[in-house]
Design a protein around this ligand. Structure first.
Ligand code: PMP
Length: 361
């Protein structure tokens, strides 16, 4: 018998768990992890390389532990009168969430989330020894203020997790729900806004609720709209005291000087980096439209992806798309698949292959 994980003296609460596992396959059309599939503009790439090259000359020294320039750049990008004191960053918003739970969750504390939602929320809760508690959603995956309050009163969590727009459903999150949840708890209210840039431009985000709400935390990422997933930069905005709490748990120098240099250079080209967002939104809306015509049931989405129902056998359709060079996401939601909006050409490829599959079945 070969030695395995079960034979190690691992923590009991980690036994028999499965790790995060979105397949990473090299295929021509990868629409499975909600990346921005547009390459970054060449002049921006050159600027980033020059900025990183300058940073390399000082790489014998530890980086700025406070990543001050990066926090200034992120505050300027977000607006809403935020300053560097309101900002915290880490290697992807996953790490931001982990640090948040290290500081405010942990053994003996609970996190209320509303599935179906981003799978890493519960995985990070478990990894930090926090108890993950599941709340119910209303029809159409929405969460009304009344539902949020009744689930908080039922479960009495230490932390409430929202995701708006929600992954994997694309569902908008009403600000009234966040406000009601905040008033119903003494704990941290966390809103994951990884996809905020794909919302309708005239819609307010949870950033507008931060003033006067010291326990509200809003996270963002450069991985999606900003086309920066490989660089690993996520961040949050909150009262400065929240950043002070995270200083207690972060590892010193957690953001490398190369990451900081790359992110600051990219942020100085924010409008160019975000130029593809409108295009992606247009492809998303096209997917919703064409899937409906094919007889599928796409959910309304404010994100860069579409969850669609009406799929008789998601595993079979996933495999048949993959055979033809298109990867989407099968999240185990019965009769559903999720697809990210790609470039126009990628989106066309996905829709054409799916149409063939639909017509041949
Ligand atoms: N939040 C949500 C809702 C996500 O979908 C993702 C990535 N799929 C993340 C956070 C993590 O992003 P990153 O760690 O790349 O910032």
């Amino acid at each position: 018998m070969s030695f395995s994980l079960d034979d190690l003296p691992i923590r009991d609460d980690l036994r028999r768990l499965t790790p995060y596992g979105a397949p990473q396959k090299k295929v021509p059309v990868a629409l499975n992890v909600n990346e921005n599939t547009h390459p970054i503009p060449e002049d921006v790439a050159r600027d980033i390389v020059e900025s990183v090259a300058r940073a390399v000359l000082d790489v014998n020294r530890y980086p700025d532990r406070e990543f001050t320039t990066l926090r200034d750049s992120l505050a300027a990008y977000l607006g809403h009168d935020l300053t560097r004191d309101n900002i915290w960053a880490a290697n992807g918003s996953n790490e931001v969430i982990q640090q948040l739970l290290q500081a405010f969750g942990g053994p003996g504390r609970s996190v209320l989330g509303f599935p179906p939602t981003y799978s890493m929320h519960s995985i990070i809760a478990t990894g930090t020894g926090s108890r993950w508690v599941e709340g119910r959603r209303d029809e159409g995956f929405r969460i009304s203020p009344e539902t949020a309050v009744s689930e908080i009163e039922r479960t009495r969590p230490d932390i409430v997790f929202f995701c708006g727009p929600n992954n994997p459903t694309g569902t908008p999150l009403d600000l009234a729900t966040i406000e009601a949840a905040y008033d119903a708890t003494d704990g941290i209210v966390f809103v994951d806004e990884a996809y905020a840039e794909f919302m309708p431009a005239d819609q307010p985000t949870a950033l507008t609720l931060l003033a006067g709400r010291e326990r509200l935390v809003v996270s963002r990422t450069m991985s999606k709209a900003f086309a920066f997933a490989g660089a690993r930069v996520g961040y949050l905005a909150a009262h400065p005291a929240v950043a002070d709490a995270l200083r207690l748990v972060r590892l010193p120098y957690h953001l490398s000087s190369l990451t900081q240099a790359a992110a600051v250079a990219a942020l100085s080209h924010a409008s160019e980096m975000l130029a593809m967002v409108d295009d992606i939104k247009a492809q998303r809306d096209r997917i919703v439209h064409e899937l409906t015509e094919l007889g599928y049931e796409p959910w309304p989405t404010w994100s860069n992806f579409v969850l669609f129902g009406g799929v008789d056998d998601p595993t079979d359709v996933f495999e048949r798309l993959l055979e033809r060079g298109v990867i989407v996401r099968n999240l185990g939601i019965p009769n559903h698949l999720r697809v990210s909006a790609g470039t126009e050409a990628e989106t066309t490829a996905f829709l054409e292959v799916l149409r063939d599959i639909r017509l041949s079945s």
